[in-house]
Design a binder for this molecule. Structure first.
Ligand code: NAD
Length: 528
């Protein structure tokens, strides 16, 4: 057994394990990674070759603006076109491989990710500013995802049924799912490894090929991922990398030769891609996972200690920059004050700082824009007569002046329809409302344009059942001290999206995920 294997596996849920060995490993590895990996120029990757077409741009580290992660290239129209052409060129051979071959390749990629998991986690830590535990949890999640989908693909038996019903005895009938062609895979900043891997796996395991556009600041982890995919045996052209921001994203989203999209990101961008695809000449599938404004409920029967821990983790983990983050809390009036005492004490104890250090719970928000969004929400809350229960400000001095470090913030006495209680802010800002009647509170919790996660803390079975019945969200959780990133599946880590009316979209990383990357074909053959 090597040293890695002796260490406990970091997931979003196993918060009580002894991670001292993991921290000792990271103490050595983070500095080494910075020495070896930072400051380099990173070209895009098209048809298995480096490609430098486009505009180079520097990528600063959100933890410390003085640290340059490297230089990436915003792919221009020629590069995006070349990437799509490469993916189209690779499609016939890849799509005609047997499912078993593709499953084998993806499992080899999972092995490569596992070998590189420390580097991948450190890349995400430096690019996003996430804590050690969040970063390692994400690296593990990406490995889980591939293995989970590979098992799902295997269990499907190649996504075909035969025979189907027959009109005549001499008919042969079959039904099968087949890939579309080239998928544009567009990823957000906050989970640069797991969400990219999830979407890429969905696309290529099912026989499509892909052009991958990560968030502009995530070129370091994107290159590491591409290297792992290639090392695992993914043929040239099957996955291509084009970095850049909204402009490169638009070039890809509007490219006529892209057959479908897997997108994770904000509601605004997702809807723009959906609208563009709806206006085209052909149907193109768009698998979207968008934002959240996620409620939780603390009832009279809750264990207030567990609730306070779960709420603090859900609201302030990764500085509130998770699609699953809790941002609207409803607390029963009878326990409101006692609960708030515990929540405020926990929140004040959360360490905000340099996430490279052990013991830091959360780092900065990702950039100056996110910092300003936080400040304007606090100002709006004050102007509306809200109470800043704790936090509310920017941290300053030393490192805090070289990144957007903000305090975990709780706001009370604000109307439930105020924008800070209805709009996704993607910041460590929790709005707390009192309630007397759970059914009404659930109605209010549902009254947003999203539906990603919802949680409850209660020991009363009828309250729990009411919540499970009424909450309109893709991920429901109850009585979890580890919070909203539930880890229900696949494997034990990820979450699914809500397929209902909310803005989350119809992605869903569960057992029904893969079939969205394929179209149905029925075959009827008359035999002699
Ligand atoms: P974003 O929408 O700003 O960007 C997402 C991606 O789209 C990036 O790669 C970006 O460069 C690209 N892009 C931007 N404009 C584009 C355009 N016009 N056309 C094509 N591509 C374009 O989102 P973000 O700030 O990176 O991520 C945060 C958002 O993602 C939040 O809303 C969060 O809730 C959501 N998110 C959702 C999930 C989920 O599973 N539902 C998971 C993670 C994040």
């Amino acid at each position: 057994m090597n040293a890695d294997q002796a260490l406990p596996r970091v997931t979003y849920s196993n918060i009580r394990a002894d991670f001292s060995g993991v921290h000792a490993m990271l103490d050595g590895r983070i500095g080494e990674f910075e020495r070896l990996q930072l400051g380099h120029s990173r070209p895009n990757r098209i048809a298995g070759r480096d490609d430098a077409r486009g505009e180079p741009y520097p990528v600063p580290c959100p933890i410390d603006a003085g640290l340059l992660l490297g230089t990436c290239i915003a792919a221009d129209s020629q590069a995006v076109d070349a990437a799509v052409t490469a993916a189209r060129g690779a499609f016939p051979e890849w799509s005609h491989q047997s499912a078993a071959v593709r499953i084998g390749v993806l499992r080899a990629v999972a092995g490569e990710l596992e070998r590189r998991k420390w580097d991948l986690a450190i890349a995400a830590l430096l690019e996003v500013g996430k804590s050690r535990m969040e970063a390692l949890g994400e690296a593990e999640e990406s490995i889980d995802m591939i293995r989970y989908y590979a098992a799902e693909a295997e269990a499907s038996g190649g996504w075909q049924r035969r025979p189907m019903q027959r009109a005549f005895a001499q008919e042969e009938t079959a039904d099968r799912l087949r890939p579309y062609g080239v998928f544009g895979v567009i990823a957000p900043f906050n989970y640069p490894i797991a969400l990219a891997v999830g979407m890429l796996t969905g696309a290529i395991l099912t026989g499509n090929t892909a052009v991958f556009k990560p968030s502009p600041g995530m070129g370091l982890s994107a290159r590491l991922l591409i290297e792992a995919f290639e090392a695992g045996g993914v043929p040239p052209g099957v996955v291509n990398l084009v970095c850049g921001g909204a402009e490169t994203g638009r070039l890809l989203a509007q490219h006529p030769e892209v057959a479908g999209f897997a997108f994770t990101g904000s509601h605004r961008t997702g809807m723009e891609i959906l609208r563009h695809c709806a206006s085209g000449r052909f149907h193109r599938p768009v698998i979207v996972e968008m934002g959240g404004k996620n409620p939780a409920y603390v009832t009279r029967t809750a264990d207030l200690g567990i609730a306070a821990e779960g709420v603090a983790r859900s609201a302030f983990g990764l500085s509130g920059q998770k699609c699953s983050a809790l941002s609207r809390l409803f607390v029963h009036a009878d326990v409101h004050d006692a609960f708030m005492d515990q929540l405020v004490a926990r929140t004040r104890a959360l360490a905000v700082g340099d996430p490279r250090r052990a013991g830091v719970f959360t780092g900065p928000v990702v950039d100056a824009t996110a910092g300003r969004r936080f400040e304007s929400a606090v100002a709006d809350a004050r102007a509306a007569g809200g109470t800043i229960v704790c936090g509310g400000g920017r941290l300053s001095g030393g490192l805090f002046d070289r990144g957007a470090y903000v305090e975990p913030t709780i706001i009370g006495d604000i109307a439930t329809d105020h924008r800070i209680s209805r709009e996704e802010l993607f910041a460590p800002l929790l709005v707390v409302h009192r309630f007397d009647d759970l059914a009404s509170a659930l109605g209010e919790g549902n009254a947003v344009d999203y539906g990603l996660t919802a949680g409850i803390y209660t020991w009363d079975r009828s309250e729990l059942d009411l919540f499970l019945d009424r909450a309109e969200a893709g991920v429901l959780y109850a009585n979890r001290a580890s919070g909203a990133t539930t880890g229900a599946w696949p494997g034990i880590q990820s979450f699914c999206g809500w397929t209902g009316s909310g803005a989350t979209g119809k992605g869903g990383l569960g057992p029904h995920y893969l079939i969205q990357f394929m179209r149905e074909q029925s075959c009827t053959v008359m035999t002699e």
